[in-house]
Design a protein around this ligand. Structure first.
Ligand code: SF4
Ligand code: SF4
Length: 274
């Protein structure tokens, strides 16, 4: 396998220009939302709203303003598939359509996907959606075709501030640590990394520098694999089955005792009558 490759997204320098969204759409020939008719979402300056089967990059705008809006800031974050080292989508796919590539990225093979939606339910980040034009599940491929040709993914190439950085994961991690230290030295104490180590799904090959808690950006602080939930729920089911079994035994025993008592009473009544 080639060296694991991925994205380090430094949200502290994102200016919300959405060039990454446009470059992604253009390269991957993804159709326009709503047939190209512009609809204002009413959510800050974000009118593309979320990731979807036809929107593989999405720039979030998080408004943090005082009640009178005299002070505040926007947090901007270009969201994408995290190319998880332990990928829930890949784990649940029943057709083997989702593969791990030689770059350690996660790709949905369109000709094998049957549109069953299992991956959509499994992804803890809400990344995957059905593309209505193909009826298959779609998401960022980390520009697999470009990587195979030795090119940089379209979004990273287009980003004017280097908020999206592409490269070998080991190198990106080092850059991220240096940037974090720099921000802390400048007094930006809330800055933190997300997905850079193994604590989140074995590591995210698209990891982030955030300026606030993950939840503020709509990211789960402790995402789980579906298999992680299997053991506790299986244990609960087993405990439930044992409890039901015990209740059944108690019920049977009580029935037997009642019957014996009734028989004893019947004999007693019979002896009085005699
Ligand atoms: S973020 Fe979701 S879609 Fe992307 S690899 Fe992880 S589980 Fe799969
Ligand atoms: S291109 Fe770069 S600066 Fe512009 S929105 Fe995307 S990540 Fe932010």
């Amino acid at each position: 396998m080639a060296e694991p490759m991925g994205f380090f997204t430094d949200t502290s320098v994102c200016i919300g220009c959405k060039a990454c969204e446009v470059a992604c759409k253009e390269w991957n020939q993804l159709p326009a939302r709503n047939g190209g008719k512009i609809q204002l979402s009413g959510q800050s300056y974000d009118n593309t709203v979320s990731l979807s089967g036809i929107q593989w990059r999405h720039v979030k705008f998080v408004e943090q303003f005082s009640p009178d809006r005299s002070t505040g800031r926007w947090l901007m974050m270009s969201d994408v598939c995290k190319h998880c080292v332990q990928a829930a989508c890949l784990e649940v796919c029943p057709t083997g359509a989702i593969i791990r590539t030689e770059f350690d990225t996660v790709v949905i093979q369109q000709d094998v996907c049957n549109g069953c939606r299992a991956c959509i339910a499994a992804c803890p980040f809400g990344v995957i959606e059905i593309n209505p034009e193909t009826n298959t599940a779609m998401k960022c491929t980390l520009c697999y075709d470009r990587l195979q040709a030795g090119m940089v993914p379209a979004c990273a190439q287009a980003c004017p501030t280097q908020s999206i950085q592409f490269g070998p994961i080991s190198e990106l991690k080092q850059r991220a640590q240096e940037r974090l230290q720099q921000l802390h030295e400048q007094g930006v104490t809330q800055a933190r990394l997300y997905g850079h180590d193994e604590s989140i799904l074995g590591g995210l090959n698209a990891f982030y520098l955030l300026l606030d808690k993950p939840e503020v950006y709509g990211l789960p602080s402790n995402p789980q694999l579906p298999s992680r939930n299997v053991a506790p729920s299986a244990a609960l089911s087993a405990a439930g089955a044992v409890a039901l079994g015990l209740l059944g035994l108690v019920g049977l025993r009580k029935q037997r005792m009642d019957r014996l008592a009734a028989e004893a009473r019947g004999e007693g009544e019979g002896s009085h009558a005699g």
